[in-house]
Design a binder for this molecule. Structure first.
Ligand SMILES: [Zn+2]
Length: 178
């Protein structure tokens, strides 16, 4: 069986079990999660998310980069189009993880990584790329310093350990701007 055949069959099972036509475009947990593309760290798996509960933005490393900020702006515009807004009452979670492929990328493709992160190659050292615990704190600080984001978000920094399956809160929840 090909992968596509396998996925198509799994979709049939999904239609028969979990699919809910009444789900809303806005996440029911009022939560946006920024995480890594690594297949081991899918927030749906590690947090047991059900369909419709959270909006998830994934990139290499779960870093706050220009594309992530653009996506967040679009998420907000979708909320506004729905007659709502993101911000007060919403959670914003930055989820980094151990053994991230962004670290070898730093050594083997620094120019590509710098472009992705919107910095010069010489600035990569400032981003704590090999240390997810330091990096998640930097990224939460970057979000808090961004005046374009709605201040009412409750922002939290977490690190997932691929060796244990456990998530640790590294930056406790706090308003993006008090
Ligand atoms: Zn990763």
């Amino acid at each position: 069986m090909s992968v596509v055949d396998d996925l198509t069959q799994r979709n049939k099972a999904f239609v028969d079990s979990e699919f809910d036509v009444n789900l809303n475009i806005m996440p029911s947990m009022k939560t946006v999660i920024i995480g890594c593309v690594d297949p081991r760290v899918d927030p749906a798996n590690i947090f047991g998310l059900k369909p419709g509960e959270a909006a998830v933005i994934r990139n290499v490393g779960g870093r706050i980069n220009p594309a992530t900020l653009q996506n967040m702006a679009i998420v907000r515009s979708v909320a506004v189009a729905e007659g709502k807004d993101v911000g007060p009452g919403w959670n914003l979670i930055v989820l980094h993880h151990t053994d991230c492929g962004i670290t070898p990328c730093l050594a083997h493709a620094p120019a590509l990584l710098a472009k992705n992160l919107g910095v010069e190659v010489t600035e990569l050292d400032n981003l704590a790329i090999p240390d997810p615990y330091a990096a998640v704190a930097l990224d939460v600080a970057a979000l808090k310093a961004n005046p374009q984001l709605p201040g009412g978000f409750l922002v939290t920094g977490m690190v997932y350990d691929v060796a244990t399956g456990k998530v640790e809160v590294v930056v406790p929840s706090a308003l993006l701007r008090p």
